[in-house]
Each structure stands twice: as structure tokens, then as C-alpha cells.
Design a protein. Sequence first.
Length: 241
Amino acid sequence: MKTLLFILIVLISGALAGTVHGIVNLGIVEPYLDQAIGIENQNLFEAGKEEDTPQFWAEYSAYRDWQKGGQVLAGAILGTSIGALFGIVYAFSRQILPGNNDVKKTFLLAGIMWFTLYLIPFLKYPANPPTVGDGETVVLRAILYLSFIAISGFGAVGFYQVYKRLKQNIKVLALVGYAAFIGMTFVLMPPNPDEVTAPMDLVNEFRIMSVLGVTVFWITAAVILGMLWHKLRPDSEISIK
């Protein structure tokens, strides 16, 4: 393995995919955040906690502009970290992944990681706009969500080891076992502690856009990593003449 080339490929693919994710979120997720924050602002005005003044809106606009301006940078940073994990997993699993080229292999691996590390935890603890939820439960909610990601991810790895050891005609039992394991986890894990008080139409549309944004990230990461790997071959042996 050409270590430096491998690191560059992994970091570049993750950063580019994260940048695309940040740009997509600006277009399809941020409008719902604006609506949710607008509702929260109206609640603050009605409760007397804030005053509906030009100064308030000037400070609010400056803060939101700063948040939106950092969206792409934050996406690139997060994408780099996730892309590093994706690249490492691909390096170890490339030889056993089906497919006759690297793009097909990275697509399959990205689909597996998207499903086990994102979609399954999302179905249990779906994303909410930032203004939904009690600030005092944010740590608990983060622990629950990250715990579910770990359980699903390590569960997938464990049942894959079972899959490899089973005979061809009964390999499906490993998939059934994983489905049963995740089903039990769904039942046993505690529910989201916060009541959703925002309009459900807004919350559901926000969740759909969030799923689309993350899906775009995994597709982009798979395409870029697969193409760069195929072109540069970081796993090829360096010939010495």
C-alpha cells in the first residue's frame, strides 16, 4: 500500500463529498431551518423573552449569515473524518467486495455504511430542526444516537463474520440474524426524550431533506473514492528496478 497516496485519496474524497453535502444542505435543508427558527422567534416574542425590534433582526440576520457561511466548511471537515473511515474500511474490504471495478465496489460499501450507520439509527432517532427539543436533554439525545450507531455498525461487522463462516445455502441466516438483532435493539433502546412541538409537516419535510443530503454525501464519496482509487492504484506494489 502506498501510504501517502492512500491518505491523500481518502482525505480528498471525503473533503470533496463533504463540500458537496454542505452546498446541498444550503439549498434544501436551510430553508426549513429558517422556518423552524422563525417559529421559535415568534414564541420568544409572545413569551416576552425577546423584543421584536430592528436590532433583534439585525443581530439574528448576522448570526444566520455566519451559520450559513460556515455550512460548506463544516461539511468539508465532517466529510473528511467520515471519508477517512470510509477509505480505511474500503482498503480492508476491497478484495472481498463483489464488483469488477472500484466504483462498483465503493458504491456497494457506501450503501452498506449508509444503511447501517445512518439510516437505521435515523429511523429510531430521526433528525429534528435545531429548535426542536429541550436544551437540557441534548447530551442524552447525543448519547442515545451515537450508541445506536455503534450498536448497528458493530452488529453489522459481527454478523458479517457469521456470514463468511456459513455455507452458501444458509448464508441468508446471517442477514435474518442481523435484522432480528436490530429489531430487538429498536424495541429496547429508549425513545427520544423530547416531545416534538413544531408543526409535523415542517419536521417531516426537514427530515426528508436531511436524508437526501446525507445520501448525496455517500453517493459522492463513493464515486470520488472509486474513481481516484481506480486511477491512482494506491494498493499497487511499487516496483523497484
